[in-house]
Design a protein around this ligand. Structure first.
Ligand SMILES: Cc1cc2nc3c(=O)[nH]c(=O)nc-3n(C[C@H](O)[C@H](O)[C@H](O)COP(=O)(O)OP(=O)(O)OC[C@H]3O[C@@H](n4cnc5c(N)ncnc54)[C@H](O)[C@@H]3O)c2cc1C
Length: 807
């Protein structure tokens, strides 16, 4: 075995091998994959091998689509048989909501490039004459899906990788991993040690055990999952064609043809137990293991499945497979760096590893080698989870994710598992006022306020909360609103070199004077956007840094890992120490004036400045900045003072008609101001130039990370450009991932949108090819299957001159 490698991958299932293949394909062949048994001997060998295209997330759909592109070509590329069956698939719609989801997904299909048709029952019966279509309203027919032999796929990629110079070591367990003083890793195995610059944990159901070697835990739970194979089905014996894979929400099952037999896999909705309970840590000696079956647990769903395809029932059960399957807490794979470690990556947590393996390998390889992937990786970055995601959280979320496999995802739906991890001190008080919370990074954050006890009717279309949100927006616009934004990530950055360090790290220039506030971005070496932060200079050597709630761990890594050994800078994550209240609206100055002695007029407290003041006699960092486009302040106070400050503001605001507002209203208010969102408009796929954010770039600075790439991009032809548009929508608004057309050509994709209640317009953002980005350009956007006219706008539709903010 090699004693040195640039990259060591731990685990030879489809995920690890696909990464090996794609690293080698990108020219990085100094990679060693170590597998404790035979390749695929974890979860991969026994998988049913289906590769669907239809998944509820635009970037995950790109991952699936790439796999479905590669797998049929693998045999030709590597000489290894993979048994690709281009069967296609049909997901059944049993409700109108399912059909709306299909319409939304059809937009994603058009954008990503997989073939999908929404078909009626007659067509379903033509394609699959054996199916009982009772209760079926329509089908989503995805023509590029297939299924393959998972071992064949893995071995083909392994062969391809070794042909390109990568190495594989089988039957050798990694027993420990140690950080060396050089910054490298020592990977200790049964057959000797390897020193590596970078380690990737691709250990499937063992990923938590491997993470323990470096003192970390991962939000993964290992479940049991069954499929059954029937005896030969005469109807299949009698025909050459293969039926598409059926996915039936009622049976919570996939049903397909396996040679001339039937195959049914069930995602049962029962209280789950972990495979390898009690701690979820599989024993090391498990190898190609299957568990005893538990048919009783599956019976209700198996019954529904047999009703759907009664020819399966007649064929009887020949074999039952019950194997281990890993589920992450939100159902998406864990692809990316581990928080707090240098050069330690994850490629695990996939519960659809066959369908996702190749795509995960490709885009993770890009990220590892070039600093960015060509797709938005925010939803897969392992740092989307923090310390709040403990064992009980990962279990209840993972079990929930398993049960929901065939549920239609509903916009805005609040799911019960793993809730109330991180609470603002105002949680109960706001709940008593009707607050409906939503979760971000463990934080429960106000979404909207139900003043009459109504519950949200989840829908892809405008629903019964639309009018409530309008009232919240109008309160902020006409009077004064208050919002608990405690979940913001917050850091104190201090030390003699704090200013020069932040100037080197960020594309914007730090404020010259104490009290100044800037919006600053951290770019990759390639000039793409990694982080967005609001930075306030509190003193010569002290900065208060704020970023998105969901970016707390990522941005901490950016701040701590960008530093050189000789820079004197302290970074403290103070997220849990301070709460945040937003007070915004034309009467906000009058309200705040009643509870502070500080002068609040423009000369004394200008827009985009901050200082320590007393609010209700309590020390508070007050920042005159907000994301909703009205006169207002953000008040950052120690957690223990939040309750008293909220009460004082509420009392002071009553005479002005103060109202609570939530994040639904924030989205409406910010889209009218054309404020971009991190993770939607600002992602690792785009540069500041693409995102039309030049004013936050200070190219006259001597250096900042990504400057050279930005200068280079100024000289080269652009591939896409952010546009802000108004759309003639009817009963639904842009939510992101909808295709943008000019004529019949798909020229781009939306990133986010919403209805602007102050201006009464439906608005959105999207990326298009630059020739279609000029203000006034007419675009067409598909909203739930309806083609709607849209017009590119030059300026924010609300207060483009920021008069309200400066008022
Ligand atoms: C019944 C069933 C049906 C399924 N059907 C499908 C399907 O149709 N489509 C689909 O997409 N997915 C399906 N899946 C899920 C799929 O099997 C998994 O998502 C996928 O195999 C995960 O691949 P992996 O590489 O992450 O993990 P694994 O295949 O488990 O690979 C991890 C490897 O790491 C090795 N390893 C662990 N620790 C160490 C160590 N310390 N040193 C060295 N090696 C180590 C293990 O031996 C193992 O080989 C199914 C799962 C089940 C249970």
């Amino acid at each position: 075995m090699k004693s040195q490698a640039r990259i060591v991958i731990v685990g030879g299932g489809i995920m690890g091998v696909a990464l090996l293949y794609h690293l080698a394909e990108e020219g990085c062949s100094d990679v060693l994959l170590i597998e404790k048994g035979e390749l695929t001997s974890g979860s991969t060998w026994h998988a049913a091998g289906q590769c669907p295209s239809l998944v509820g997330n635009y970037n995950l759909a790109k991952i699936h689509n790439y796999s479905n592109w590669l797998y049929p070509r693998l045999e030709e590329l590597t000489g290894q048989y993979v048994s690709w069956h281009a069967s296609g698939g049909i997901r059944l719609a049993l409700t109108q909501m399912d059909i709306d989801w299909f319409r939304f997904m059809k937009g994603i299909a058009d954008n990503v490039g997989f073939r999908m048709e929404i078909i009626d029952v007659e067509k379903i019966k033509q394609i699959n004459p054996f199916m009982n279509t009772d209760g079926v309203l329509a089908g989503a027919w995805t023509l590029d899906d297939g299924h393959a032999d998972p071992s064949g796929l893995t071995n083909a990629m392994a062969r391809g990788a070794t042909n390109m110079g990568a190495s594989i070591e089988r039957h050798n367990r990694v027993t420990d991993i140690k950080a060396l003083p050089s910054g490298e890793w020592q990977v200790i195995t049964e057959k000797g040690n390897v020193v590596a610059e970078t380690v990737v944990n691709a250990a499937g159901c063992y990923a938590r055990r491997v993470a323990q070697m470096v003192g970390k835990d991962l939000p993964i739970v290992n479940m049991e999952h069954h499929y059954i194979i029937t005896g030969p089905v005469q109807e299949f014996v009698d025909r050459d064609e293969e039926i598409p894979v059926i996915r039936d929400p009622r049976a919570s099952s996939y049903l397909r043809q396996e040679q001339k037999s039937g195959l049914v896999g069930i995602y049962e909705h029962v209280d789950m137990t972990e495979a390898w309970a009690p701690n979820g840590f599989p024993p090391w000696d498990s190898d190609s293991e299957l568990f005893p079956d538990n048919l009783e647990r599956l019976l209700p769903w198996l019954g529904h499945a047999m009703e759907r395809m009664s020819i399966f029932e007649d064929a009887g059960i020949k074999r039952i497979v019950n194997g281990a399957i890993a589920h992450s807490s939100d159902g998406s794979p864990l692809l990316g760096p581990v928080a707090g470690l240098n050069n330690f990556w994850l490629c695990c947590g996939s519960s659809f590893g066959i369908a996702q393996g190749a795509g995960c390998g490709k885009y993770l390889a890009q990220w590892m080698l070039y600093g960015d992937s060509e797709i938005n990786m925010t939803a897969f970055d392992p740092r989307r989870f923090g310390a709040y995601a403990g064992y009980n959280y990962m279990k209840s979320k993972g079990f929930q994710d398993y049960r929901l496999t065939y549920f239609t995802p509903l916009p805005g739906e609040e799911l019960p598992a793993g809730r109330t991890r991180r609470l603002s001190p105002l949680h109960e008080k706001l709940k008593a006022q009707g607050c409906v919370h939503t979760e971000t990074f463990g934080w429960e954050r106000p979404k909207w306020f139900s003043l009459d006890g109504r519950e949200e009717d989840y829908s892809y279309r405008r629903n019964n909360v639309f009018a409530v949100v309008r009232n919240e927006c109008l309160a902020v616009h006409e009077r004064v609103g208050i919002l608990d934004l405690t979940g913001f990530a917050k850091y104190d950055v201090s030390g003699a070199d704090a200013e020069s360090y932040l100037n080197r790290l960020c594309a914007n220039r730090m404020p010259a004077k104490s009290g100044g506030i800037v919006l600053a971005h951290i770019l990759s070496d390639g000039g793409r956007i990694g982080a967005e932060m609001t930075i306030t200079r509190l003193a010569d050597d002290q900065f208060y840094v704020l970023s998105a709630a969901g970016a707390e761990m990522r941005d901490l890594d950016y701040l701590t890992q960008g530093m050189t050994a000789d820079e004197n800078v302290d970074i403290a994550n103070v997220t849990d120490e301070r709460g945040v209240l937003v007070l915004a609206g034309p009467r906000s100055r009058e309200v705040l004036a009643k509870v502070t002695k500080e002068k609040l007029d423009n000369a004394s407290f200008r827009w985009l400045s901050g200082k320590e003041i007393q609010v209700a006699g309590l020390p508070t960092r007050a920042l005159r900045v907000n994301y909703v486009g009205e006169l207002g302040w953000e008040l950052h106070a120690p957690m223990q003072d939040m309750d008293a400050i909220y009460d004082a503001l509420w009392q002071a605001g009553e005479e002005f008609g103060i109202a609570n507002f939530g994040l639904y209203a924030v989205n409406s208010l910010r889209i009218e101001k054309a404020y971009r969102g991190w993770g939607a408009e600002l992602t690792n796929e785009v540069t500041m130039l693409d995102a039309d954010m030049e004013r936050f770039l200070k190219l006259d600075k001597d250096e900042f990370v990504g400057k050279d790439a930005t200068l280079l991009q100024q000289e080269t032809e652009r591939t896409f450009q952010l546009v802000y548009f108004e759309i003639e929508a009817v009963d639904s608004d842009v939510r992101g991932s909808e295709p943008i057309f000019v004529g019949n050509d798909c020229v781009g994709v939306t990133t986010s949108g919403g209805y602007g209640h102050r201006v009464q317009k439906s608005l959105g953002f999207g990326y298009v090819d630059p020739t279609n980005s000029e203000p006034g350009t007419e675009l067409a956007i598909d909203l739930l299957g309806e083609r709607c006219r849209a017009t590119v706008l030059k300026d924010p539709v609300y207060d483009p001159g920021n008069e309200r903010l400066r008022a």
